[in-house]
Ligand binder design. Structure first.
Ligand code: MEV
Length: 300
């Protein structure tokens, strides 16, 4: 038996546009998923509730095939990451399951193999993942991601952020398709939005480094406008964003795929103490620490 865990994530800038080649900034959060993997002499790979065809199972199967191993596995998942709300739960589950399987069978962690297996797992959730969620779940920390160059870990001077869960679950694949349709119907407008998203991400990086929360907030508001334009905001997201801004946040935007899910907001830490109770009258609110460890072995 072996256990491994991996973190969830927030995307600070650039979701969706990252699928189409633009850079994005992502940070791991202190909510983790743990996979406990046990060898079975016969049978296939399945979750402890019997289910198959999910990110954890697909990722573990990929590890087995890379090792040339054929054995049955039972995987139990224990996760603190809310599901289907944009916090990277499926990637964390896939990364923890790959890491536990690899360590159980080969006695080592190989991050590039774990990343590859997690990506295969993530494909059960949507058909063209950029790889951002699986990269942050595998490597942890915070940094810049592009499809062409992968994940570049960076020192980012932002320790904490407010996460507002609108409670509406949705499927990442549907929202990624919605943006793809927009890009096909309005290619010229989409190209302009893509360029602006790239500029916002790179400017955001400067403000993160200098910890200029006010400028960071303004950029988040502009990023939210772009996401609204491509059709991935929702009435709940707009309400959560408006509540955060009215309560004094410098900026707020959806994080992850949108269509519901979570909103993030930035403000000075003492201001966050005041914003959280106001927003929590309507939505679930929590503060998360950013920049935690990627996959790691745990005591089962
Ligand atoms: C999902 O967390 C982020 C998206 O950009 C999809 C992806 O990058 O694979 C919406």
């Amino acid at each position: 038996m072996r256990a491994a865990s991996a973190p969830g994530k927030v995307i600070l800038f650039g979701e969706h546009f990252v699928v189409h080649g633009s850079p994005a900034i992502v940070a791991s959060i202190d909510l983790r998923a743990t996979a406990i993997v046990e060898l079975m002499e016969s049978g296939d790979v399945r979750l402890s509730d019997g289910s198959r065809g999910n990110p954890a199972v697909r990722a573990a199967e990929h590890i087995l095939s890379r090792l040339g191993a054929s054995t049955g596995l039972i995987i139990e998942i224990r996760s603190k990451i809310p599901q289907s709300v944009g916090l990277g739960s499926s990637a964390a589950v896939a990364a923890s399951s790959s890491a536990a399987t690899l360590h159980l069978l080969a006695g080592r962690l190989d991050h590039s193999m774990i990343l590859e297996a997690s990506y295969e797992g993530e494909k059960t959730v949507h058909y063209m993942p950029s790889g951002i969620d699986t990269s942050i779940a595998t490597f942890g920390g915070a940094g810049l991601y592009t499809r062409s160059d992968g994940y570049r870990r960076l020192d980012i001077e932002l320790e904490e952020i407010l996460v507002v869960n609108t409670g509406r679950q949705r499927r990442t694949g549907d929202l990624v398709l919605r943006v793809k349709e927009f890009s096909e119907k309005k290619p010229e407008i989409f190209k302009q939005l893509l360029d602006e998203a790239a500029r916002i991400t790179m400017e955001g990086l400067d403000h993160l480094r200098s910890k200029d929360l006010e400028k960071l907030g303004r950029l988040m508001n502009r990023n939210q406008e772009l996401l609204r334009t491509v059709g991935v905001s929702s009435p709940e997201i707009e309400e959560a964003v408006a509540l955060c801004l009215e309560a004094g946040a410098y900026g707020a935007k959806l994080t992850g795929a949108g269509g519901g899910g979570c909103v993030i907001a930035v403000a000075d830490p003492d201001k966050l103490d005041k914003i959280a109770p106001v927003v929590s009258r309507k939505f679930e609110v929590f503060r998360v620490k950013l920049g935690v460890d990627g996959v790691r072995i745990e005591q089962p």
